[in-house]
Design a protein around this ligand. Structure first.
Ligand SMILES: Cc1cc2nc3c(=O)[nH]c(=O)nc-3n(C[C@H](O)[C@H](O)[C@H](O)COP(=O)(O)OP(=O)(O)OC[C@H]3O[C@@H](n4cnc5c(N)ncnc54)[C@H](O)[C@@H]3O)c2cc1C
Length: 591
């Protein structure tokens, strides 16, 4: 069975050598010294390896079961959930006013990666709760916050997000779920939601559903949508649980992966709900949480690839097949280990260079969220909003590809369930779909984010890349990084120009290239991250840092990414510049 060890050293490198958190002037960062962050990450790593990872295959095998309206989670999930709660892990980056520990979002992200790598399906119960917590924290009244948040911070009550309906996924304007106002200020919610993650389960005393529905007078499309708090058990004024609300789980879905997480059809039959935020502004309320939610899914992409990579690497060192073409490396054995073969090396380097680059991008974005939330830094907020569709779309596409690549290292054994490698690929697959399918992320990037605030954020990004390259002009060791980054960044700008010139004349021309643009920008972002990591590694080596091998390996991995992955940018640009002609050539009937 696969095992998992938290990559604490890599995370420490990002926090202290690259982001230099202790020196960053962000409220709450002063406590993040080496000793503190290492203690938190090591402890999270122990929980992940000892408690969560052993349950990953159990959850996959057993799945969830719906019996008499109650969903039973896999054996061991209940005890593990209790351990997570008692360890305070659910409260890490929550507001101390409601029982949280108040750590920066960046720390929540690092710990989140560790838990997601160990057991993605299990971690979703807590992840969804954090999303609902954030929505109530941002948009709730003082009374709503006091009523729901303390129990959600501790995960005694969990949360859900209810958007999707049978006939409406991406196009939420088609929503049918109704909210009828009542004399006491509550609403009666009626409708069916599908695919609701953690919609029903046996891990918590209560489930706080956040439900999008249409209230009268809001008009057509998404404009009429409002957001409601709809608890499974109504909550009395003294905080105790009251009557069961009129809602139920009608079915749980059989699915490709994340079997340990219940994906529910939820029926609301005149259920009692309370408005969260402003009437008819439900979409706006959802959008304010979108950055965190999409960053969380982008994290799932590379976190699954990390877990798969760790096991593929161990297998490549252990499995003996063939001999190295340059001469035997294991003369005492019947064959050499797989890792001697250049094609296995290529595969492992693809995985390693992606995972470490994606982690750097995700941590940087989490740091920008801290800057924006804790300091009110508008530039950081603009930049992260630009990055989010890239983090979600690019990282989950590549994360899945890399989980499959790790499976490939095992040959036929990767296809056999006993080895556990197919679960990483199956679990990673959903991240490309939910929280806005990746095609829609590309649409958001090209159709909205590039031009947001007059294009100011994308210009800031280009300036940042330029400044990064310029800063290393004098350092010959960095040339391999900056030369490749300059070329890729120019290709990205050229693609943006193409959209500007063609988009007005023919919108199909821009949208036919949006997916390539998202990947092109993903490579530029990871190129920027590798340039920063190489700079930090050289600085550590120059300062005589102890672990020379670690820093040299960072530089070598970065060189691989720049040399072997950034050339994909030219291909994406070439595709973009062909416009829509070949994409749209066939009539629907001709397919
Ligand atoms: C396991 C699982 C868990 C989920 N959890 C939740 C949850 O907790 N809460 C919740 O509310 N939902 C949840 N979902 C639903 C999920 O978010 C949706 O499935 C997703 O947003 C896509 O919607 P859809 O399935 O209706 O696909 P559609 O909207 O029908 O889209 C189908 C395809 O068309 C593309 N497409 C659609 N519109 C356009 C367009 N204008 N331009 C270009 N391409 C387009 C999409 O990219 C996609 O590839 C979950 C789904 C699954 C499978």
């Amino acid at each position: 069975m696969p095992s998992y060890t938290a990559p604490v050293k890599d995370m420490q490198f990002l926090l202290h050598d690259v982001l230099m958190v202790s020196d960053a002037d962000v409220p709450g960062y002063a406590d993040l010294d080496q000793g503190f962050t290492s203690a938190v990450l090591e402890e999270a790593g122990k929980v992940a390896s000892d408690v969560l990872a052993p349950l990953n295959a159990v959850g996959d095998r057993e799945g969830c079961v719906l019996e008499n309206g109650v969903v039973r989670t896999p054996k061991g999930f209940d005890a593990a959930f209790k351990a997570m709660k008692e360890g305070g892990w659910t409260a890490l980056d929550c507001d101390p006013e409601y029982g949280g520990q108040g750590l920066p979002y960046l720390m929540g992200t690092a710990v989140g990666e560790i838990f997601v790598s160990a057991n993605m399906a299990f971690n979703m119960y807590q992840g969804l709760t954090h999303g609902a917590y954030s929505a109530i924290h941002t948009h709730g009244t003082a009374e709503q916050k006091a009523k729901y948040l303390p129990k959600m911070v501790s995960c005694d009550w969990t949360g859900t997000m209810n958007l999707t309906e049978p006939h409406c996924g991406t196009d939420l304007g088609l929503m049918r779920t109704k909210a009828e106002p009542q004399a006491d200020g509550s609403y009666k919610i009626t409708g069916q939601k599908i695919f609701i993650s953690a919609g029903e389960h046996d891990l918590a005393e209560n489930i706080i559903h956040l439900v999008l529905a249409k209230a009268p007078g809001g008009g057509e499309g998404t404009k009429g949508i409002s957001l409601f708090i709809v608890p499974k058990f109504l909550v009395n004024d003294d905080g105790s649980l009251g009557a069961r609300n009129s809602l139920s789980c009608g079915k749980i879905e059989e699915k490709m992966g994340i079997h340990g997480n219940a994906t529910c059809v939820m029926n609301y039959d005149g259920a009692t709900g309370w408005l969260l935020g402003d009437l008819h502004k439900g979409m706006r309320a959802m959008f304010t949480m979108m950055n965190e939610a999409r960053l969380g899914v982008g994290l799932q992409g590379y976190a699954q690839a990390e877990a798969a990579y760790q096991n593929a690497l161990a297998y490549a060192k252990d499995r003996l097949q063939g001999r190295a073409v340059t001469g035997t490396e294991n003369p005492d054995g019947p064959a050499d280990p797989l890792i001697v073969h250049p094609d296995i090396r290529r595969n492992l380097m693809d995985q390693k260079s992606f995972v470490e680059g994606a982690r750097a991008l995700t941590f940087w974005a989490a740091h920008l969220i801290d800057r924006s939330v804790r300091q009110g830094d508008a530039a950081a907020e603009g930049l992260v909003s630009l990055m989010i569709p890239v983090i979600k779309g690019f990282q989950t596409d590549k994360g899945f590809d890399m989980a499959v690549a790790a499976q490939q290292v095992y040959g036929g054994h990767g296809y056999i369930e006993e080895w556990g490698m197919s679960q990483f690929a199956r679990d990673a697959r959903i991240a490309m779909i939910y929280e806005g399918a990746n095609g829609v992320q590309a649409l958001d990037l090209v159709g909205r984010k590039l031009t947001q605030d007059g294009g100011k954020h994308v210009m800031a990004f280009f300036d940042m890349v330029k400044a990064e390259c310029k800063a290393h002009d004098e350092d010959a060791r960095m040339k391999g990084f900056t030369d490749a980054l300059k070329v890729a960044s120019k290709q990205l700008q050229q693609a943006g120009m193409f959209f500007m010139q063609q988009g007005m004349k023919n919108p199909n021309a821009a949208l036919s290239g949006s997916y390539d643009f998202m990947h092109l920008m993903g490579h530029v972002c990871l190129g920027l991250m590798w340039t920063r990591m190489a700079k930090a590694a050289y600085a550590a080596l120059d300062a005589g840092a102890g672990d020379k091998d670690f820093y040299e390996s960072k530089i070598a991995t970065g060189r691989y990414y720049m040399a072997r992955q950034l050339p994909a940018c030219a291909m994406h640009l070439a595709r973009i510049e062909t416009g829509s002609e070949t994409v749209m050539a066939l009539s629907a009937e001709a397919f």
